[in-house]
Every structure is written in structure tokens, then in C-alpha cells.
Ligand binder design. Structure first.
Ligand code: SF4
Length: 328
């Protein structure tokens, strides 16, 4: 085991057994996250990014199931853990925050109560110690007047403040890995930037690793160290943040980048990726992106490209198959 790697997902397959057939939501996905690293996971909704996160946490609900692969967390395979062990890991070592904090916050308890409870259950703190630590956590996530907020209910806070409370709660047990699933999608642009800045600051301050899931490449442009791009349950590209933004290799990544609005650059209209994501219940031949790809050739429509690696970059596209394989 490479000691740098905190999380090492190997050949993960997660399927849903539906009335119409088997849907492979995560299809032989492999990636890792180093200690202290932020990995961005990007793709349209339905591309498998959230199911990947739920698979890591052992939270895939039936009829979904992880059918094969390994999820090594600090060297231990999470797929071999019991429900009880996973509950402990989720409470103490891996935390997750979601798009809409109201679905995770309990409306009938005060903010303080909810964070206190996490600290008392998982850290065994007394009531007094938990209150002290909760107020420190509210300060850490830049919530003004933390003593007052401690006594307030979730509905009394703005969307941005609620997301900060969720982050405070997620940090209560000093997790080694924080998974953020579309943490800023429900927020307006200014608040979005503040929350991302906060996640970045906390990552550095606390030395944790972050997996940041989003449909919007712009969101992770300054936060992620490395990015994986997912399409139809597969990884289609992986690169460092700077390499990906400087020179996207996969046509899907290129299209995602083109669809980022550039303020002040005189764009008449926003670029949209034509077409729809494929129905994964149907059998497909060739590259799954071919119906939407401006570079598609007969080869693309006939055979599915493999994920190839060259100079620290990975891409699944026939534009590189002969070039990269030819160099071997
Ligand atoms: Fe486009 Fe072909 Fe590459 Fe698929 S393999 S992304 S269709 S160029």
C-alpha cells in the first residue's frame, strides 16, 4: 500500500437491479486520493459520481449494490467491513456534506443541539465540553455570533449559513476524508465562492483530504488538485487541475469547459452540450459519448475506447488510442 494514498478505489462496479434490467451506474471505476489532496469529480447528473461516493460510504440503497471492486481506506477494504464498523467509520473518519443542508439538518433541534449530539456520541464529550467544541466549530467555519447561532433553529439561517453548519457538523469528529456532493449548487454565486474558499482553507488547516463532486467544472477550478471526469458511469479523463484546464484531452471535458460562462469575454450565448446522456439500461456499442461527439468516427461507433495513461494523464478516447499506444 502506497502510504501517500488515503483512499484507493479499485475497479469498482455498482449496479441497480431494476424491473427493466440491470443498470451499471459505476462501471469499473478506479482512482485514488492522497492524504491532504482535493480530488474533483465532475460530470452531468446520472454519470455515477454520487453513486461512487455512496458506494465508498456503504450507503447505496437497494435495489443498488456494489458488486465488485475494492475500496481501500487507509489500507483497509471498506467493502469487507460490517454495518457497525462502517457506521463508526462514517461518524469518525469519513464525513459527507450534501447539496441541500435542510435534508440533513433536523428542523426541530437547534443548530447547537445537533452538533453537540454528534460530539457526544462519537467523541464521548460531556454536555459542557460538547457545547464549547461546537462553538469553536461554528467559529472555525466563519459563522458570526456563534453563541447566538448555537441557540437558533435551521430555518432561522440563510442557505449559506446552513451549509456552514453542515460543514461544522461534518468536521466535528476530525475526519480524514470529507466528501462534498454538490455542496454549493443550491447557493448563489457569491456564497458559493465563500463556501469553496472555506472548504479549501479547512482542508489546509486540518490536513484532511477532500472529494468534491460537482456537475460544474467552474466550481472546482481553483479548489481541486486533481480532477476526474465521469461520463455514463465511467472515468473518461483524469489530470491535474492545471493540465485539465490548460489542455483538456477528452471531447466531453472540452465541451464541459466550453460551457463555463466567461464573464466579460463577450459571449453571446452559453455553449450547451447537444444530446442526452445514454440510457444505461440499453446495450451500447462503441464509445458512449459518440452520439454527442463532434469528432466521432466509424471506429468510435464500433469499439469502446479503453482508459489509457500517458505522462500522468488518463483519457478514454480513440483520438489518442493509436498515438499513445504507438509510443509503447
Ligand atoms: Fe469522441 Fe470518438 Fe473520442 Fe468517443 S472515442 S470521445 S466518439 S472521438
Amino acid at each position: 500500500m502506497d502510504n501517500q494514498k488515503l483512499l484507493d478505489v479499485q475497479d469498482l462496479v455498482t449496479q441497480f437491479k431494476l424491473d427493466d434490467g440491470i443498470l451499471t451506474a459505476v462501471d469499473h471505476v478506479s482512482f485514488s486520493i492522497d492524504r491532504g489532496e482535493t480530488l474533483g469529480v465532475v460530470g452531468e447528473s446520472g454519470c455515477g459520481k454520487s453513486v461512487t461516493a455512496f458506494s465508498i460510504l456503504n450507503l447505496v440503497a437497494p435495489p443498488g449494490k456494489v458488486v465488485s471492486g475494492k475500496i481501500l481506506f487507509d489500507g483497509e477494504n471498506l467493502l469487507e467491513k460490517s454495518k457497525h464498523e462502517m457506521k463508526k467509520i462514517r461518524g469518525e473518519r469519513i464525513s459527507m456534506i450534501f447539496q441541500e443542508p435542510m435534508t440533513s439538518l433536523n428542523p426541530v433541534y437547534t443548530v447547537g443541539n445537533q452538533i453537540d449530539e454528534t460530539l457526544r456520541i462519537h467523541k464521548g464529550l460531556s454536555r459542557h465540553e460538547a457545547k464549547k467544541k461546537t462553538i469553536e466549530l461554528l467559529q472555525l467555519v466563519n459563522i458570526p455570533l456563534p453563541e447566538q447561532r448555537y441557540r437558533e433553529y435551521p430555518h432561522q439561517l440563510s442557505g449559506g449559513m446552513r451549509q456552514r453548519v453542515m460543514i461544522a457538523m461534518a468536521l466535528a469528529c476530525d475526519p480524514q476524508l470529507l466528501i462534498c456532493d454538490e455542496p454549493t449548487t443550491a447557493l448563489d454565486v457569491t456564497v458559493q465562492a465563500q463556501i469553496l474558499k472555506l472548504i479549501n482553507k479547512l482542508k489546509r488547516q486540518l490536513g484532511m483530504s477532500v472529494m468534491l463532486i460537482t456537475h460544474d467544472l467552474a466550481v472546482i477550478s481553483e479548489v481541486a488538485d486533481r480532477i476526474i471526469v465521469m461520463y455514463a458511469g465511467r472515468i473518461v479523463e483524469e489530470a491535474t487541475e492545471s493540465a485539465l484546464f490548460e489542455k483538456p484531452l477528452h471531447p466531453y471535458t472540452e465541451a464541459l469547459l466550453k460551457s463555463i460562462p466567461h464573464v466579460g469575454k463577450g459571449q453571446d450565448k452559453l455553449y450547451m452540450i447537444e444530446g442526452m446522456v445514454p440510457n444505461l439500461l440499453k446495450k451500447h456499442e462503441g464509445c458512449l459519448f459518440a452520439p454527442r461527439c463532434e469528432y466521432a468516427t466509424d471506429l468510435c461507433r464500433q469499439s469502446e475506447p479503453e482508459l489509457l495513461e500517458e505522462n500522468g494523464r488518463k483519457v478514454r478516447c480513440h483520438k489518442y488510442t493509436s498515438k499513445w499506444e504507438g509510443q509503447r
